[in-house]
Ligand binder design. Structure first.
Ligand SMILES: Cc1cc2nc3c(=O)[nH]c(=O)nc-3n(C[C@H](O)[C@H](O)[C@H](O)COP(=O)(O)OP(=O)(O)OC[C@H]3O[C@@H](n4cnc5c(N)ncnc54)[C@H](O)[C@@H]3O)c2cc1C
Length: 757
C-alpha cells in the first residue's frame, strides 16, 4: 500500500527499531529513494528511548513520553512494518529469518537490534533475576515487583547487579519510585534495603573519577549499600552469591551487567568480535559482508566505544546517508565516533550528574537540561513533518543496474486481460515454496495435481456453502493481509455454521520485478494458508494477476448439514446477543492512513483480525446459538438490523457493553471515520430513540465497517454467561453479551440502543 507507483528495484531491510534506525526512517520519509523499498522488522512497536527509561522507572515519565511509536514513523517512511522477532540470517540467499512469518528478502540489510545484559553464564540469573532488557519484558516484571513490594509486610531486599551507568541509574530510580509509593501509603520506606554489586574496584568504569566520586556519595546518602569487587557467580531464589564473599540476601535481583550480543548474527557467519558483536568498518558496514550494516549496541566499531544509546543516536544520520549511497551505487561516508561525549546520568529524583572527559558537574539544572534534550529528541519522531510533495514514479538515479533496467522496461508494455497474469515461472516457484497441507478426500482435484479447475465432492447429507470476498490491501504487510483476507472470507462460512472445505484465491500484486512479484504473491498465499489450514480447508487453486495495487480475496467453500445451518433469521425472543470480537477496525485503519493511530492500537487490531473465528463458531454451536452472522462491512448495527429483519424480532443493544478495540474511541472522537461510514449511517433508520443514542461517544462505532470482524450470535439467555466465559477462555478475551432479543413490537425501527452504563 505504498503511496508510490514506482516499482521496487531494491529491498532495504532494517532489523530492530533502535536509536539509529528511527533516524533512518525519518530521513527516508523526508527524502525517499524511489525504487528502494524499506521494511522494518522489529520486536517492539514502541521502541524505548534509553535516555528517559530511568525517568520512566522512577515514575517521572509516562509510557508514551519515552517510547518512539514505530507505527506512524514507518508509515511516514513508506516502510513496511513487520512486528516480529528476527531469529537468523541467510547471507547467501540474502534473507532474514523471522519468527512466525515468511523470510524477508533483502538487497541491503541494516541491524540495530541492541543488546541484552549478559546473564546466561551465571547459574540461576536467568531464573531469578529481572534483566533490564528486553525492556518490554522488564517493564512487566517491574510492575510485578512494585506489586510484590507493596504487598510485603516485613523488610524487602533488592540487589542490583552491575555498576555501570545503567545499574547505578536503575538502582537510584527504582529506589526513588518504590520509596515514594510506600510513603504515599503511609508505610516506612526505610524497610526497603538496596545493595549494588559490581565486579570491578569501582562503579562507572567508563566515566571520570569526579563522576564516580559524586555517585559514591549519592549512593551513600540514599542508603544504597555499594559493594565493589563482587563478581557474581550464582543467583538463588533468596540470595546473590559473589566469589569470595558471604551470600547477599535478596528478595529481588535486578540484572544490569555488560551487554551481550544477539547470537544469530554470529551464527549467520557475520564477522564478530570476541563478544559476538558485529564487526563494522568506519562506514558502519560489516567487515565480512558488503551491503550489511550494523549500528548501536550490536555493532563493534574499529575503535571500541561504550555500549550507550548516545552512539546509536549519532550513527543514525551517517547510516541513513550510507544506506542511501549503497542503494544508489555511490561511495560511503565515514562515521567518526566522538572520543568524549556528554553523559547526563540521573539520580532518579530530578537531579543529574554530568560527565564529559575529565569534567563533571551535578545539579537540578542538569536534570532539567537532560529532560529538555530528551524531550526534544522524542518530539522529532512523535511529531513528524507534514509531507505534501507527490512522489513521482521515476527511479532514483543509480538504483537500477542493467538487469533491473531490462526487467523494468517491460513493465510499461504489460498487457491487460490474461496478459496481466503473473508469469507461470513465478507461479510455479511460489506454489513449490508454499507449505501446502495434505489434501482432503472430498477434494478430488486440487493443487497437488492441478488441472484446469478444482474438483470437489459434497459428501452425502451435506450442503455446499459458498462465499467470496476480495479487497484492496489496507496494510503494507502481504502476509498479514493474506491471513486477514482469508479470515474475512471464512467468516461467512462460520456464520452459517459450516465447516470450511476449500478455497480459491484471487490475487493482484503490484507490477514489478519478477523477484518482487514472486515475494508478494508468496507472502499473500502463505498468509492465506496460515489462516485456512487450522480450519481444515485446503487451497485448491486461484488466479493471480499484476495490477496497480495489492488486492486479495478468496472464494471459500464450506460444508454443512442443511438442517443445522445457522441463518440470520433464527433469533428468538429471550436470546442474548453475543459478540465474539471487539469492533473499530474501520476508524483505526482510517486513522493509520493519516498517521494518527498509535502503533499498539494498529497492532492489536491486526491481532484481532488474524484471530480465526473457528473456535468461536464451535463454541457458539456448543451453547446452542440460534442464529449467527459475521460483523463486516455494514458495521455492527447494519448486521444486527439484517438479523432482526430476517428473524422478525426487536433487539436491545447495550452500547456500553459493546467491546471496542483500543484506540477506536479516540479516533472516532477525533472525527476519523472510514470512507464507508456515511453509507452505513443510513441504516440508523433502524434505531428507535435515535436522538439520545446519537449523543453517545460510542454511537459512530456501531456503523464502523469491520474487516475480519467477530461473530454476532443469538444464544439462549440461560447459556449466555457460560458461552462468554468459554469464548474468553478460548482467547476471545473481549467476547461479551451486548444485548437481548425481544418480540417484534409495533414500532417501525427494530433496534433500541440502551445507553445506560
Ligand atoms: C537502565 C539503563 C539505562 C540506560 N541509560 C542510558 C542513557 O541514559 N543514555 C544512553 O545513551 N544509554 C543508556 N543506556 C544504554 C542504552 O540502553 C543502550 O546503549 C541503547 O539502548 C542501545 O541502543 P540501540 O539502538 O543499539 O538498541 P536498542 O535501543 O536496544 O533498540 C533495539 C531495537 O531492536 C529491536 N530488537 C531487538 N532484538 C530484535 C530481534 N531479534 N528482531 C527484531 N527486533 C529486535 C528492539 O525491539 C528495539 O526496537 C542505558 C541502559 C540501561 C540498561
Amino acid at each position: 500500500m505504498r503511496a508510490t507507483a514506482t516499482p521496487v528495484v531494491k529491498d532495504l531491510v532494517l532489523v530492530g527499531g533502535g536509536h539509529a534506525h528511527v533516524t533512518v526512517l525519518r530521513r527516508f520519509g523526508m527524502q525517499p529513494v524511489p525504487g528502494l523499498r524499506l521494511t522494518l522488522v522489529t520486536r517492539d512497536i514502541h521502541t524505548p528511548y534509553s535516555g528517559m527509561l530511568p525517568g520512566f522507572v522512577a515514575g517521572l515519565y509516562g509510557y508514551d513520553d519515552c517510547h518512539i511509536d514505530l507505527g506512524p514513523l514507518a508509515r511516514f517512511a513508506g516502510a513496511r512494518l513487520y512486528h516480529a522477532e528476527v531469529e537468523g540470517l541467510d547471507l547467501t540467499a540474502r534473507r532474514v529469518r523471522v519468527r512466525s512469518r515468511p523470510e524477508v528478502a533483502f538487497d541491503l540489510l541494516s541491524i540495530n537490534a541492541g543488546s541484552r545484559p549478559r546473564m546466561l553464564d551465571v547459574p540461576g540469573a536467568a531464573e531469578h533475576a529481572l534483566a533490564v532488557k528486553p525492556i518490554d519484558v522488564f517493564l512487566q516484571d517491574w510492575e510485578a515487583l512494585i506489586a510484590r513490594v507493596l504487598a510485603s509486610r516485613g523488610d524487602f531486599r533488592i540487589v542490583v547487579v552491575g555498576g555501570g551507568a545503567g545499574g547505578v541509574e536503575l538502582a537510584l530510580s527504582t529506589q526513588h519510585r518504590l520509596g515514594r509509593l510506600l510513603a504515599e501509603r503511609g508505610r516506612e520506606p526505610g524497610r526497603l534495603g538496596y545493595t549494588l554489586l559490581t565486579r570491578g574496584p569501582d562503579i562507572l568504569p567508563t566515566h571520570n573519577a569526579g563522576v564516580r566520586e559524586r555517585f559514591r556519595r549519592v549512593l551513600a546518602e540514599r542508603g544504597i549499600d555499594l559493594r565493589t569487587d563482587h563478581r557474581v557467580v550464582e543467583v538463588t531464589a533468596s540470595a546473590v552469591l559473589a566469589e569470595g564473599h558471604e551470600p547477599v540476601p535478596a528478595d529481588a535481583v535486578l540484572w544490569v551487567t555488560d551487554a551481550a550480543a544477539p547470537a544469530w548474527a554470529c551464527e549467520a557467519g557475520l564477522a564478530v568480535d570476541e563478544l559476538g558483536f558485529i564487526r563494522v568498518d568506519a562506514y558502519l558496514q560489516s567487515v565480512s559482508h558488503a551491503g550489511v550494516f550494523a549500528v548501536g549496541d550490536n555493532a563493534s566499531l574499529p575503535s571500541p566505544r561504550p555500549k550507550s544509546g548516545v552512539f546509536a543516536v549519532r550513527q543514525g544520520p551517517v547510516l541513513a546517508n550510507n544506506l542511501r549511497r549503497a542503494a544508489t551505487g555511490r561511495g560511503l561516508v565515514r562515521y567518526r565516533a566522538q572520543r568524549h561525549f556528554l553523559g547526563l546520568i540521573s539520580t532518579g529524583d530530578r537531579y543529574a550528574v554530568a560527565s564529559r572527559g575529565n569534567w563533571s558537574a551535578e545539579g537540578v539544572w542538569l536534570w532539567r537540561w537532560k529532560d529538555w534534550i530528551d524531550r526534544r529528541f522524542m518530539t522529532r519522531f512523535n511529531e513528524l513533518p507534514k509531507m505534501t510533495a507527490e512522489r513521482g514514479p521515476e527511479l532514483a538515479s543509480g538504483i537500477a543496474d542493467g538487469e533491473a533496467i531490462r526487467e523494468l522496461s517491460t513493465l510499461a508494455m504489460r498487457c491487460g486481460g490474461c496478459g496481466a497474469k503473473v508469469g507461470s515461472r513465478v507461479l510455479d516457484r511460489v506454489i513449490q515454496r508454499l507449505p501446502l497441507a495434505g489434501q482432503r478426500a472430498d477434494v478430488l482435484i486440487g493443487l497437488d495435481a492441478p488441472d484446469d479447475a478444482a474438483m470437489l465432492v459434497v459428501p452425502p447429507g451435506k450442503a455446499l456453502v459458498q462465499s467470496v470476498d476480495y479487497f484492496r490491501a489496507f496494510i503494507d504487510d502481504a502476509f498479514a493481509f493474506g491471513r486477514i483476507a482469508a479470515n474475512h472470507a471464512l467468516g461467512d462460512l462460520f456464520a452459517m455454521g459450516a465447516e470450511p472445505q476449500s478455497a480459491l484465491a484471487i490475487a493482484t500484486v503490484p507490477y514489478g520485478r519478477e523477484r518482487v512479484v514472486e515475494e508478494s504473491l508468496y507472502e499473500l498465499l502463505a498468509g492465506a494458508l496460515a489462516a485456512l489450514e487450522p480450519t481444515g480447508a485446503v487451497l485448491t487453486g486461484g488466479h493471480s494477476s499484476e495490477g496497480a495495487e495489492l488486492a486479495f480475496g478468496l472464494a471459500v467453500n464450506g460444508l454443512v448439514d442443511p438442517d443445522r445451518a445457522w441463518r440470520k433469521g433464527g433469533l428468538r425472543p429471550g436470546d442474548a446477543l453475543v459478540l465474539t470480537k471487539p469492533i473499530g477496525t474501520g476508524t483505526l485503519f482510517a486513522a493509520d492512513m493519516r498517521r494518527c493511530a498509535k502503533g499498539r492500537w494498529i497492532d492489536a487490531a491486526i491481532a484481532s483480525m488474524v484471530h480465526s473465528s473457528l473456535a468461536a463458531a464451535q463454541c457458539l454451536r456448543r451453547h446452542e446459538a440460534t442464529a449467527c452472522t459475521d460483523v463486516t462491512g455494514f458495521g455492527l448495527l447494519g448486521h444486527l438490523m439484517e438479523m432482526t429483519r430476517a428473524s422478525g424480532v426487536d433487539a436491545i443493544l447495550q452500547i456500553e457493553a459493546v467491546p471496542l478495540l483500543e484506540g477506536a474511541i479516540e479516533t472516532v472522537a477525533a472525527g476519523i471515520l472510514s470512507s464507508l461510514q456515511p453509507q452505513n449511517l443510513r441504516l440508523r433508520r433502524a434505531v428507535r430513540d435515535l436522538e439520545q443514542a446519537a449523543q453517545h461517544p460510542r454511537y459512530p462505532l456501531l456503523f464502523d465497517p469491520q474487516t475480519a470482524g467477530g461473530l454476532l450470535a443469538g444464544v439462549p439467555a440461560h447459556r449466555a454467561a457460560a458461552c462468554v466465559a468459554e469464548l474468553r477462555a478460548l482467547g476471545y478475551s473481549a467476547a461479551a453479551v451486548i444485548g437481548r432479543i425481544d418480540p417484534r413490537s409495533e414500532a417501525e425501527a427494530p433496534i433500541t440502543i440502551d445507553v445506560r452504563a
